[in-house]
Every structure is written in C-alpha cells, then in structure tokens.
Design a protein. Structure first.
Length: 102
C-alpha cells in the first residue's frame, strides 16, 4: 500500500512539472498575474519558513528556535558563508536550550 501511495505521488508530481513545460506557450496569463506570481512564491516560502521557525506540533516552539533563526537570518543578511550561518543558528538554539530557555 505504501509503495502505491509513493508511486501515485511521484506520478502526480511529474505530471505537474511536465504540464508546466508543455502548457507554458499555450497558457496566456494577464500581465498583472505574471508580475504577481514571483511575489506569491516568495510569500509562500516566507510563510513556510515562519511556520517552521515558530511552531512545533501546532504550538509555539519556544524562544530558542526563533532566536537561532534570527541569528541565522542576520548572518545571511550580512552575507556570511552558508556553513557559518547554519552552525551559528544551530549553536545559538542549542546554547539557549542548554541554558534552560525553551
């Protein structure tokens, strides 16, 4: 049963991707929609990141995780190397949790 579900999801994902390539020239979007799509994609990504940073199992994740995300965000904004961003964010979260900040 699990294999059937995985295969169905794989076929559906592939179908959506192929449909985008095949229908790109046939589908004419209004100018306002063409300008709005990249903004909508960025807003969706920001909403997913905020949800992952602030919640865990439908509840507030505590203060340590958002603090780590904030440190990572600041370092990324300052154009720090990616490895440094990830290590600093994880270290901040781990240190705060070690100190008892939930």
């Amino acid at each position: 049963m699990l294999i059937a579900v995985i295969l169905a999801l794989a076929v559906g994902t592939y179908g959506f991707r192929v449909a985008g390539v095949l229908l790109r020239d046939r589908l004419q979007l209004p100018e306002w929609a063409r300008h709005l799509l990249p903004v909508a994609a960025a807003a969706l990504l920001a909403a997913l990141a905020a949800t992952a940073a602030l919640t865990e199992a439908g509840r507030f994740a505590g203060y340590a995780r958002p603090a780590g995300v904030l440190v990572g965000l600041l370092l990324a904004w300052r154009r720090a190397p990616f490895v440094l961003v990830v290590v600093a964010a994880a270290s901040t979260t781990a240190l705060l949790r070690l100190l008892g900040v939930a």
